[in-house]
Design a protein around this ligand. Structure first.
Ligand SMILES: [Zn+2]
Ligand SMILES: [Zn+2]
Length: 323
């Protein structure tokens, strides 16, 4: 079967690989559609070099169960359910945990073998493209729940890629006033459509100064979803005293806390907990992921898809890979 294999930075290829073995309680899932994530691009660009060569990538996808014919979202975290972290509902940090597509083979493959606990049924009202874009929704829900803003709080969302635009949508659902930051006007226009009250183009304006002008006291909550060291380093100066900062896109950078006010900083990844709710909110049209899809490629054209995401002129947001 065909699968997308990581061979090193700028070297991710569609290769012929053996089909997965279906052992124990696992079931085979036939690939339908998947989404390329910012994480995949960090590996493609060589920002993060710890991925094992030979690994099948992809951690956001849907498919069809070979045993029941049911359409499912594939959830990429494998956890034991019994360790210190799992028993506290923190399965993301499971001692025996694996992240499919990062520390184990992932979903950009014609077939994947998974435990039923990793398969979330998809209602008919959710398209394959939408079911291929669940991970950023689950992440946005988890991050905004952790930030726990009050109604009317200022939420500054740095980076309006697919994840940032979903953070903007969820922050609005939480009753926040949203300040959206990006370098690209087309992304800021979408942020405005999704309810951002202020849009700052960081290429033309001093973001920290603007955020402090708008909010007077600093932003109550800040999400770094741009994935750059520079934006990580700006966060202490945007947040208000005792506010909260979630580092989601990147966590490298020097946080100059000496010159900043007291605040809470945390990093955050996905957890299995939010996946079913993410599917439900997409099905009910409470959250929009369809509007984020800009390109579609077949699995065999994966290398072209990567070059498209990497080319700013393509204005890619969510790039969908189909069977
Ligand atoms: Zn991802
Ligand atoms: Zn565990």
């Amino acid at each position: 079967m065909k699968a997308v294999v990581y061979r090193g930075p700028r070297n991710i290829k569609v290769e012929e690989v053996p089909e997965p073995r279906v052992s124990g309680k696992k079931v085979l899932v036939n690939f339908k559609a998947g989404g390329i994530c910012g994480t995949d691009m960090h590996f493609y660009r060589g920002d993060w070099r710890w991925m094992k060569r030979g690994r099948i990538i992809g951690h956001d996808a849907c498919g069809v169960r070979a045993d029941t014919g049911e359409r499912v979202v594939m959830m990429p975290l494998v956890y034991c359910g019994k360790c210190y972290y799992c028993l506290r509902g923190l399965s993301t940090y499971c001692k025996r945990g694996k992240f499919l597509g990062l520390t184990r083979d992932g979903f950009f493959s014609e077939k994947t073998a998974l435990s039923p606990v990793n398969l979330i049924p998809v209602p008919d009202s959710v398209s394959d493209d939408e079911a291929a874009t669940v991970e950023p929704v689950a992440l946005a829900l988890r991050v905004l729940n952790a930030l726990n803003p009050d109604v009317g709080d200022w939420a500054t969302i740095i980076g309006q890629g697919a994840i940032g635009l979903l953070m903007t949508q969820v922050a609005r659902l939480k009753g926040c006033r949203v300040i959206a930051v990006d370098l690209e006007d087309y992304r800021l226009q979408l942020a405005e459509k999704y309810g951002a009250e202020f849009c700052i183009n960081a290429g033309r304006e001093d973001v920290v100064k603007r955020v402090r002008e708008i909010t007077k006291r600093g932003s109550d909550v800040v999400v770094e979803a741009a994935g750059t060291t520079r934006t990580v380093e700006q966060t202490p100066f945007m947040v208000r005293k005792a506010g909260k900062v979630a580092l989601v896109g990147e966590s490298k950078g020097y946080l100059n806390l000496e010159d900043a006010d007291e605040a809470v900083f945390f990093t955050m990844y996905i957890s299995p907990v939010e996946y079913p709710l993410a599917v439900k909110l997409i099905a009910e049209k409470t959250l929009d992921v369809k509007g984020l899809v800009t390109h579609r490629f077949r699995l065999v054209d994966f290398e072209r898809a990567l070059r498209t995401v990497d080319d700013p002129a393509e204005k890619a947001l969510k790039v969908i890979i189909t069977e």
